[in-house]
Write a protein that binds this ligand. Structure first.
Ligand SMILES: Cc1cc2nc3c(=O)[nH]c(=O)nc-3n(C[C@H](O)[C@H](O)[C@H](O)COP(=O)(O)OP(=O)(O)OC[C@H]3O[C@@H](n4cnc5c(N)ncnc54)[C@H](O)[C@@H]3O)c2cc1C
Length: 414
């Protein structure tokens, strides 16, 4: 019966591609809409980790204390454009309000429970799209330069453990044994042995879309300008002047979801945490697994094309100009960590879709049960895309979702 039901998915990032494939798995007829190549945006340049341990948000009571030094130091992974923040104060005020201890504990609990479902969402897609070769299970390591950094992270790591993360503590000799090419004598670390990472995040999106097309799904290379709805159907207005009719639409355009007309204004609470990477081609042999220099705010991940140093947070809006200070910061840290060529071969900027409470938006829109939302996955979109797709497909199919999604409803912003 579902094969008669047409669902349009706006956005072919990892979240949209995962929703599209899960919807197809339920038997729906699916059209994926994006003006760009699948996975060409934020989903291409991330650190690649399936971060099922990643329940600790950027929001934290500690951030409030560290904010002045983080903002005014030249050696910081966090930067703000004051002009942008002052002209968009709402998001930042709410973000800071969500740094209060009780709020943060709630976020950790909710993210922890959702992250525990990561592989329920991801595994079926990897099998369906024949994409297991793009996933490496070599673990993941957090490193700390000294005992003081390690001790400062203890409360957060304790909470990770309470949410079900398994890791062992490392000393300097353990770290040297596991990653002998690291130049910095990191004194303490954590090893998350069961963690996987994606060797080419953009290729993963492409693999999902290849599978969608093989199974009679469609890819429309158009920008969705607006969504109109009436009882039983939706129309997606495209930038070639045409309109696509569907029974339902899933909005999965990442940080850009709020730009689509017909999306209610409360979603203006969505903004972007810009993130960067520098990549050194053919240097991936220097590390076995992703290594996160926790205090410095980035990951070094061995990928198919090279060694990628990805992370940092910049609040500066949606323009495409790379901030040379951030690129220089990442390049400097990369050179401090490992023996690398002078210049990276790739410098990249992406737009994490982030709500001020660090929770994704998954569920029916507030205006119509024919419009579903799947965005706002902040630092965890690659990890949570699969389970988001599964939940969206269950909702579209009229099933009780297999995970409680009430906290992720857009209604929380009303
Ligand atoms: C530096 C960095 C490191 C990261 N590391 C990790 C990590 O290790 N693990 C992890 O889980 N996550 C990580 N993330 C987060 C993750 O990359 C994002 O959460 C995820 O890519 C968001 O995916 P998305 O599909 O929602 O958005 P996007 O990838 O931005 O995709 C949105 C798509 O929508 C399309 N679009 C926009 N507007 C329209 C429109 N009007 N009509 C049609 N299409 C439209 C765009 O072209 C784009 O293709 C990282 C992010 C960054 C920046």
């Amino acid at each position: 019966m579902n094969s008669q039901t047409h669902i349009a998915v706006i956005g072919a990032g990892i979240v949209g591609c995962s929703c599209a494939l899960w919807l197809q798995k339920k038997g729906f007829r699916v059209t994926l809409i994006d003006p760009d190549e699948p996975g060409a945006g934020t989903s291409s340049g991330n650190a690649g980790t399936i971060a099922d341990y990643g329940c600790i948000p950027v929001n934290s009571p500690d951030l409030l204390r560290r904010l002045p030094s983080l903002l005014f130091s030249r050696d910081s992974p966090l930067s703000l454009n004051p002009g942008y923040v002052l002209s968009h104060p709402g998001w930042m005020i709410e973000f800071l309000l969500n740094c209060r201890r009780r709020k943060v504990e709630r976020i950790i609990r909710l993210l922890g429970k959702l992250l525990a479902q990561t592989y329920d969402g991801l595994d079926p897609l990897l099998d369906m799209a024949n994409a297991r070769d793009l996933l490496a299970q070599r673990g993941f390591m957090h490193v700390y330069v000294d005992q003081q950094e390690f001790d400062a992270a203890k409360p957060a790591n304790q909470m990770r453990r309470q949410q079900g993360s398994n890791f062992v503590e490392l000393d300097q000799a353990d770290i040297r044994d596991l990653e002998p090419n690291l130049k910095i004598p990191f004194q303490r670390g954590l090893l998350f042995d069961s963690v996987s990472h994606v060797l080419d995040p953009r290729a993963l999106c492409q693999r999902y879309v290849d599978c969608l097309l093989r199974n009679q799904g469609q890819l429309l290379r158009q920008r969705a300008l607006g969504v109109m709805h009436e009882t039983g159907s939706v129309q997606v207005r495209l930038d070639n002047g045409e309109t696509l009719d569907a029974e339902r639409v899933v909005v999965a355009a990442g940080a850009f979801s709020k730009n689509i007309k017909g999306i209610p204004t409360q979603l203006l609470k969505l903004d972007t945490e810009r993130g960067y990477h520098v990549q050194f081609s053919n240097m991936q042999h220097l590390l076995t697994r992703p290594v996160s220099w926790h205090h410095a705010g980035f990951y070094a991940t061995p990928m198919n094309q090279g060694l990628r140093f990805a992370g940092t947070v910049e609040i500066a809006g949606y323009h495409n100009d790379l901030n040379p200070r951030v690129i220089s910061y990442l390049t400097r840290k990369a050179h401090a960590m490992l023996d690398l060529p002078d210049k990276p071969d790739q410098e990249w900027l992406g737009f994490r879709p982030t709500c001020p409470d660090a929770l994704p938006v998954i569920g029916f829109s507030t205006v119509s049960e024919y419009i579903l939302y799947a965005f706002g996955h902040q630092h965890l979109g690659l990890t949570l895309a699969g389970i988001t797709g599964k939940l969206i497909a269950e909702l579209a199919n009229g099933e009780e979702p297999s995970h409680n999604i009430t906290p992720f409803s857009p209604r929380r912003f009303l």
